[in-house]
Ligand binder design. Structure first.
Ligand code: 5GP
Length: 191
């Protein structure tokens, strides 16, 4: 069986990353790497499915033991990709998606230059603002903070091999599969 491909998948909040991933994961050739984090589980989240929830001490112990492919701080919490999680799934022939923020992504790009790197963009910052308002879950100042964070993250979009604008979900998902197909057909890395 051939090994799976490593895929970095980054997007600012409000870009529809979760919905896109849910569609992609209906295809059994794809799986996600479950990350470790020190943040508390949100309602509806499950240990080992959404994240491995670790204490600060346990997270640090694993950093020291070299267990992470990458790790980064985001909104005052630690997040990291476990080597064991990625290697096990790649060996099983699964295309492994890392749903990670831009700093961790930059580390993985250095360590694994063969990774397929995809950044999801909103159609515009105005549209992002409209979507976050429509969701109606956050107060105005939190929305503005998220937009500022999104603009910061969008500054890294050019470091990724592929950018997808998520305007219509169906088109964005089909763009993703087109990228994967093109990567499978490359002569320079597949022969
Ligand atoms: P959330 O707390 O909303 O689940 O995730 C916050 C941010 O952390 C998101 O941008 C998500 O992509 C990122 N993230 C989740 N897991 C990891 C990880 O293992 N490493 C890095 N670098 N970022 C992660």
């Amino acid at each position: 069986m051939s090994k799976g491909r490593l895929i970095i998948f980054s997007a600012p909040s409000g870009c529809g990353k979760g919905t896109m991933l849910a569609e992609i994961l209906k295809d059994e050739r794809f799986g996600v790497s479950v990350s470790a984090t020190t943040r508390a589980p949100r309602t509806g989240e499950t240990e080992g499915v959404n994240y491995y929830y670790l204490s600060e001490e346990e997270f640090q112990r694993r950093v020291d033991a070299g267990e992470f492919l990458e790790h980064a701080v985001y909104c005052e919490h630690q997040y990291g990709t476990l080597n064991s999680e990625v290697d096990r799934k790649l060996a099983a022939g699964v295309n492994v998606i890392l749903e990670i923020e831009v700093q961790g992504a930059a580390d993985v790009m250095k360590k694994r230059p063969d990774a397929i790197t995809v950044f999801i963009l909103p159609p515009s910052v105005e549209e992002l603002r409209r979507r976050l308002h429509k969701r109606g879950t956050e107060p105005e100042e939190v929305i503005e903070k998220r937009i500022a964070q999104a603009e910061y993250e969008m500054g890294f979009a050019g470091d990724y091999k592929y950018n997808i604008v998520n305007d219509a979900l169906e088109d964005a998902v089909s763009d993703f599969f087109a990228i994967i197909r093109a990567e499978e057909l490359r002569t320079d890395i597949n022969n």
